[in-house]
Each structure stands twice: as structure tokens, then as C-alpha cells.
Design a protein around this ligand. Structure first.
Ligand code: ADP
Ligand code: MG
Length: 243
């Protein structure tokens, strides 16, 4: 059974001659525990599609279903999701501990002891338990990104949404974090939607790719299927398939 269904979702911005169709009638079912990568060139509608799943953008047409719930009318907080974006948006004046516990304090009824235990064990899992008293300004980009991941994971979501979470990191750290994110995803078995414009990232990380161009779904399949059996010229060119 699908954990997330995106059914005929279209998103238009603006009106009249200036209208842009950012997402054009996209449908895809994402299975429980699957790691699906939305990949395509800049402006292909990846972020907009993810944002409709997150509830940050209201689609013009179509339905988004998470679990058993049609979430079209629900805001981000009411959806069973956690998000990590490119600019980590950590609270600059809070410690790591504060950053990680804030969401739990705001939107769950855990006791403060439970929150402390959860934050500590998540921090250990992410290798940031030595940083709990530090503020973001005192940490490297890689450490901040780990905190952002930890802050999302600590809420124990069923769905994880990530939009280019590694694009601010240097190449070495990016490669390391790819492995780390895949490891976490396996360990936590959390359904993940991951946006990137980077073919290598998509090919190495995804159970399945959703390849977009100009708002339209070009192909959905495993990395190997898409690479070796591209369904059109765009996909073949984009992935560099052998001809
Ligand atoms: P990607 O993430 O693949 O780079 P986006 O989803 O950000 O693509 O954008 C898809 C298209 O929608 C682009 O043409 C972009 O300019 C347009 N777009 C995205 N957000 C907005 C917005 N808030 N207002 C107007 N146009 C937008
Ligand atoms: Mg984007």
C-alpha cells in the first residue's frame, strides 16, 4: 500500500500570459519505507512538487494523500512529515539541544524527561552529542547539516522530505552525508522524498527516481531502469544513458 499518493497534481503560478505551470499533472505512488528522488534540471518543478506534499504550497489541481488522509487542506504541521532544506534554518540563538527539542516541545505532549532522552539518543546516532551545548555559529556547515537532520529525525516522522539538503557542502562532505542519509533511512525505515538536480546523487541514493522536466514527469523507475531503459530522449540525455 502506498504511503504517499500524488494524484494528478498540477501547480500553476500567476495568471494570464504570465502564468507558469510549475507542476503539470503529475501522479506517483510512493511506497512505505521507499527512498524516492525527484530529479531534474533547475526549474523542472522538483521543489514545487515537494512543497505540495509538505503543505507549503497548495496545488491548483489534484490530491495529495499521506497514509490514509487526503491532506490537501492540511497545513505542514498537521501532516505527518519532517523536512530538511538546503539552508538548514537552525535557530541561530539556540543551542543544538534547544534546536532539537524546540519542535518536540511545541507540537507533542512528551514530558521534558522524554524530550531530553530522545534528543540525547538522536544526537548520539548523528554523532553530534558532543555539540549539544553549542550554537550553530560555532559549528561547521557539515555539523549544522547533521543538526538539521537530527532535528527532523528526533520527531520520529513517518515521512521525511528533503530539498537539496547537501548542496551547501563541499564535495567530500557531500559524499559522506549521502551515505549517512541512506544509512539513517534504512535504520529508521522512514519514507523519504529527496529533491536534487544532481544525477550522481540521484543514481546513488534513490530506490526509485522520479525524473521531471518542465513540470512533467518524464520517467519513474529504479536508477538502473531509468539509466539503461530511458523512456525518452530527455531522460537518456539527462542521465547520460549509453546509446
Ligand atoms: P526546481 O526545484 O526543479 O528548480 P521549482 O519547483 O523551484 O523548480 O520551479 C518550477 C517553476 O516554477 C520555475 O519556472 C519557477 O520559476 C516557478 N516558480 C516556483 N515557485 C514560484 C513562485 N512562488 N512564484 C512564481 N513562480 C514560481
Ligand atoms: Mg528546487
Amino acid at each position: 500500500m502506498a504511503r504517499i499518493s500524488i494524484n494528478n497534481v498540477t501547480k500553476r503560478f500567476g495568471t494570464g500570459d504570465g502564468q507558469i505551470i510549475a507542476v503539470d499533472d503529475v501522479s506517483i505512488d510512493i511506497l512505505d519505507g521507499e527512498f524516492v528522488v525527484f530529479v531534474g534540471p533547475s526549474g523542472s518543478g522538483k521543489s514545487t512538487l515537494l512543497r505540495t506534499v509538505a503543505g507549503l504550497e497548495q496545488q491548483s489541481e489534484g490530491d495529495v494523500i499521506i497514509g490514509d488522509t487526503i491532506v490537501n487542506e492540511l497545513g505542514p504541521r498537521a501532516r505527518d512529515i519532517a523536512m530538511v532544506f538546503q539552508n538548514y534554518a537552525l535557530y541561530p540563538n539556540m543551542t543544538v539541544e534547544g534546536n532539537m527539542s524546540f519542535g518536540l516541545k511545541m507540537s507533542t505532549d512528551y514530558s521534558s524527561e522524554e524530550i531530553e532522552t530522545r534528543v540525547r539518543s538522536t544526537a548520539e546516532m548523528m554523532g553530534i552529542d558532543n555539540l549539544l551545548d553549542n550554537t550553530p555559529g560555532e559549528m561547521s556547515g557539515g555539523q549544522q547539516q547533521r543538526v538539521a537532520l537530527g532535528r527532523a529525525i528526533v520527531r520520529d516522522p513517518n515521512v521525511f522530505l528533503m530539498d537539496e539538503p547537501l548542496s551547501n557542502l563541499d564535495a567530500k562532505l557531500r559524499a559522506e552525508m549521502r551515505t549517512e542519509i541512506n544509512r539513517l533511512q534504512n535504520e529508521l525505515d522512514v519514507t523519504t522524498l529527496y529533491v536534487t538536480h544532481d544525477q550522481t546523487e540521484a543514481m546513488t541514493m534513490g530506490d526509485r527516481l522520479v525524473i521531471l522536466d518542465q513540470g512533467e514527469l518524464q520517467q519513474a523507475g529504479t536508477p538502473l531502469e531509468c539509466f539503461y531503459k530511458p523512456t525518452n530522449i530527455f531522460v537518456a540525455g539527462f542521465l547520460g544513458s549509453p546509446s
